[in-house]
Ligand binder design. Structure first.
Ligand code: 2NE
Length: 270
């Protein structure tokens, strides 16, 4: 595929091709563990994707073929979080999770090799996951002195069920691609050399659908689970649609023209 760089970063690649954005962690020497900078760069790329109306689907992946992401880089884990050059301890991957969750475009995790720890949670929060046959999944938190009780626990439990989610966290076992498919943790398993092609194929199938319908569906799936924040997201989309209507424009125009709005001409539905 003719991926074209969108912006240069230190720890990720950010490319685009045919309305598909590709954000890839580029730290294969540590199985694509993330630092605060990796996460900051991913957030920046996601924000660019949000504003770029030509981007319809985002692929999240990792360089090298051996790892999607191995979670937080333990070598920069300090007192209270992961520490970057600014010396501030952070858990900014939680901000990234929320952006993946709420960006009004589908995010597909394309997983080759390890998706472990905080890296596993990243694929969990993506809308869809395509796994290569060499993919291996699991949480390590309780082994290395960490845990993610947010989407990493509650949304995981929504996907695989309470018993399985507790098993994944309490035992910290590793699961291969077939195990993951069997428990509904991934959507499809393909040979490694078909991973990118299949992921792009799925992205293209989504792109062929109504953008607003896909946007409304993503926020609707979230709304059921995300409480007030989920309702806000869905309601924001309702407001967007309302702003497109003549009825809403009449309200604004009447205010600016200092007259009473005339709602009589707009259709009322049963
Ligand atoms: C992923 C796994 C099981 C792979 O094992 P293996 O044997 O195939 O590879 P190896 O030799 O362990 O890893 C290759 C190199 O990558 C580094 C290793 O230290 C090693 O470096 P060298 O010895 O060659 O110099 N590496 C791998 N993962 C790393 C990491 N996360 N941080 C720093 N360096 C890493 C095995 O590597 C493994 O278990 N990795 C650790 C997974 C892990 O525990 N991640 C953190 C979980 S906590 C978290 O992510 C988190 C959270 O819970 C809450 C909020 C935010 C983050």
């Amino acid at each position: 595929f003719d991926w074209k760089p969108v912006k240069e970063y230190q720890e990720i690649l950010f490319q685009k091709f045919d309305s598909i954005a590709r954000i890839s962690i580029n730290r294969p020497h540590v199985h694509n563990a993330f630092t605060p900078l990796t996460v900051k760069e991913m957030i920046d790329a996601m924000n660019i994707c949000r504003d770029d109306s030509d981007v319809r689907v985002i692929i999240l992946t990792g360089e090298g073929g051996n790892a999607f992401c191995s979670g937080g880089d333990q070598s920069v884990r300090g007192h209270g979080g992961y520490v970057g050059t600014d010396t501030v301890p952070r858990l900014n991957v939680l901000d990234l999770q929320r952006i993946i969750r709420t960006i009004p475009k589908p995010v597909i995790a394309s997983v080759a090799g390890w998706a472990i720890g905080g890296g596993h949670v990243l694929h969990v929060v993506c809308d869809l996951t395509i796994a290569a046959e060499n993919a291996r999944f699991g949480q390590t938190g309780p082994k290395v002195g960490s845990f993610d009780g947010g989407f990493g626990a509650s949304y995981l439990a929504r996907i695989v069920g309470q018993k399985k989610a507790r098993e994944i966290w309490y035992l910290c076992d590793q699961y291969d691609a077939k195990d993951a498919l069997d428990m509904g943790l991934v959507n499809k398993v393909v040979p490694l050399d078909m991973l990118e092609e299949t992921t792009v194929d799925w992205a293209r199938k989504i792109i062929a659908k109504s953008p607003l319908a896909i946007r409304m569906l993503k926020s609707s799936f979230n709304a059921e689970l995300d409480g007030q924040a989920g309702i806000q997201e869905l309601a924001g989309n309702a407001t967007l649609l309302y702003y497109l209507s003549d009825e809403a424009k009449e309200g604004k125009n009447a205010f600016l023209e200092k007259r009473a709005p005339d709602w009589s001409k707009y259709p009322k539905f049963p």
